[in-house]
Design a protein. Sequence first.
Lengths: 354, 614
Amino acid sequence: MAENKESAFSKVSADKQDQVKYTAKDFASSQDVRWCPGCGDYSILAQMQRVSPDLGIKKENMVWISGIGCAARFPYYMDTYGVHGIHGRAASIATGVKINRPDLSVWVASGDGDLLSIGGNHFIHACRRNIDIKILLFNNRIYGLTKGQYSPTSEKGKKTKSTPYGSVDFPFNPISLAIGSGATFVARSLDRDAKHLQAMMKRAADHKGTAFIEIFQNCNIFNDGAFELLTDKDTKPDHVLVLEHGKPMVFGKNNDKGIRLDGLTPQVVDISNGQYSINDLWVHDELDKNSFRAHILSRFDEMEGLPTPIGVYTQVQRTTYDEDFHEQIEAIKKQKGNGDLKKLLYSMNTWEVK
Amino acid sequence: MEKGLLELTDVTVRFAGDSGDGMQLTGSQFTNTTAIVGNDLSTLPDYPAEIRAPAGTTYGVSGFQLHFSSNDIQTPGDEPDVLVAMNPAALKTNLSDLKKGGTLIVNVNSFDSKNLRLADYETNPLEDGTVEGYNVIQVPLSQLTNTALEDTSLSAKEKTRCKNFFALGMMYWLYSRPIEPTLNWLNVKFKNAPEIKAANEKALKAGYYFGETTEVFTTRYEVKPATLPKGTYRNISGNEALALGFIAASVKSGLPLFLGSYPITPASDILHELSRHKNFGVRTFQAEDEIAAVTAALGAAYSGALAITTTSGPGVALKTETIGLAVMTELPIVIIDVQRGGPSTGLPTKTEQSDLLQAMFGRNGEAPVAVVAPATPAECFSMALEASRLAIKYMVPVMYLSDGYIANGSEPWKLPDVDALPEIEVKFRTEAEGFKPYLRDENLSRPWALPGTPGLEHRVGGLEKANITGDVSYDPENHEFMVRLRAQKVKNMENDIPELEVRGDKDAELLVIGWGGTHGAISEAVDRARNRGLKVARVHFRYLNPLPKNTGEVLRSYKKILCPELNMGQLSKILRNEFLVDIEPFNKIQGLPFKSSEIENKIDSILGGNNGRK
């Protein structure tokens, strides 16, 4: 099953690398990295630079686009092409690049404020179109660069500089939002799980269509420890469910817990006491064409007692906007012939003045 | 009945009716036919923002004015000679514009108590003296149309909807125009609806024959072809010309045209037109909002397209931040603003010139852009090539200010020799040796280095850049240097654009200055004043930033300067500030273009008495 999936989704639209062999260093620009020491962004950058040589993409064909915020400095540190844009607009700049140049591999680095607050509209429309861009969400659930206001992913009641009495806003669930908007690849990972993050980045790169990865990223200055339960090696096993295609959903320190679907309601069951066995568990199918199971998975965060899933929630195949866009142009060229300017201007009702 | 044939040189007709009556269609058909006959012409569509306002009300009235002549003309005409009013509301809102003694053709069937009440007429204006002094021709248009369509299977409602074609046929007869161009158009338009096609054809012909047989018309008119310069012509609106102009710019630059756009009145027709021409490789992207439209264009520019975005004032407001980003990243994009009445949503379907200051200054920080403005519908074509040339050569965003008047108005266009159109030179950087993203050429432009080019990997962005290296820089001296450099880059274009050309009297007492779509009204007013012996000159600005090099010299050569604008005096402000000259603003802010008589009267009042007369 896993092998079938590989062959179905491993097509990359960007030019495959020929002979050039890169190392992670080739993707590091000469700019000094200026994030706060200890920031989770360092790990995300390092993992991206580590996987880049293996993506089969020439570095001149890689373009990184960002908006505003800490995460948005990302393109400056990648020795590829890049645009550090304006707040919230990374996805729409990337859309323009990709439509104009489908041969390029286009990546977006964005934060929770940038992508989901000011840029929410562009994000959902990118997902809807299934334009072939890769979107990394650095979700630290706080505004960092403006020094600590609550963000659209901050939990209700969060006390910050702008909400000294606690926030009364409900947060967005980015995974639900992406699935609901029609994204064809939706995954989640952790800044402190280097291997897993690398795997997700590679999967996103290989996916044709809008690929979205939510990365839980620690802001050690304004929201330190927000994901500690998920990243601390003692608590991680009982709080994180690692999604694997075709495998039953098992988690827990001793692999003794599992997820069972009772109708549409997920529940945690103990598989060590004989009441339930591994055969009763929900088997993850990331290729399921119907997104409702992925939706249920995405709501685990809001359900008491359920673990936080990481991994690929869904990957489905749909033609991409850029592909359809250019196919239409080519079809019209074929049908009408290449445009002739003289014919175009002189084709309407004309008359001669002698 | 034998009827007289009278030759006229100049006629202005206005069709007015409910917005569901098809007046824009009637007007544009009459226009196309008139163009084919060879008259010079100019049009003014005037329609409400509501698609179908309640039928019969005054705010649902839609009008289309057409001025045609055997002479060279500049405007859609001040006062119609003929008003075709399809209902009482149309009469009510348009009668005051009709020339004294002009011809009023009304659909008498629509003057029933319901429609009179909807138009707020207490008594029937056809009977109470309201229309006295006009040559009133009452035609039972609805009834005649229904009779003509008696043996068709259309519903009563569908039959009545054909009455605009009856009116059109009648007007074709009255002004001796052929009906064939409209018959051809019907053939194409209703290819798949033979019944509708046949009904409209019948109504058109019935209207035409009605003219011939009825006794209400005693005279038929003829307007001979105009003696325009030799060449091949077509009728064209500003929006169409603009779209074709950017296709031409794409061909001449060898760059794919990318349009990022979000629908907005009165600019949407450009998106429609460009979307039809994908066989030129045109890439039209209807974005999720105005901001996405311009940011996508910026992304396309970064990756090597001729990138444009089309909008109107409210859209420009939303695109403002991205235009600033284009200034900072020094990327070539053209922002087309088809201006309409503001502020806010304002008057979506009406014209105004009130975005000039927004175009010049409407961004945070010191963010100079080039600003150009075509003067006529046809000029929208050449200005598209010019805006593209400037954007690419100087790596600067260009604001292109059209307006509702020239965008929707049309005129005959002498088609250019396609082979003689100038090439637009594009230099992409490919050489990796010595490359820096903010290197400068002789125009201070930075290299255009496209993704996909090995060895030129670089980052651009909204943070201040160090000159040459393009690295992020917070250095105070560098910031001032870069602010001045970006301004200088725009200023340098003055060596690359035509100087102002003064028309009229060398020794004029008064100089009339204008920009954009007021060109026609100003030149007609100045010509008329001069014909009466007044000493007047005029100049027209097609480049607003930078200003033509001789602007100061021209302005200082005249004692008095008058600046008519459809705003509160925005060009006057800019010129006064730049050149410390006194300029008298003449402002109209009604959502309507100037009538040339308004400007002419103003000229008279300034020159007064015998001042300036021969």
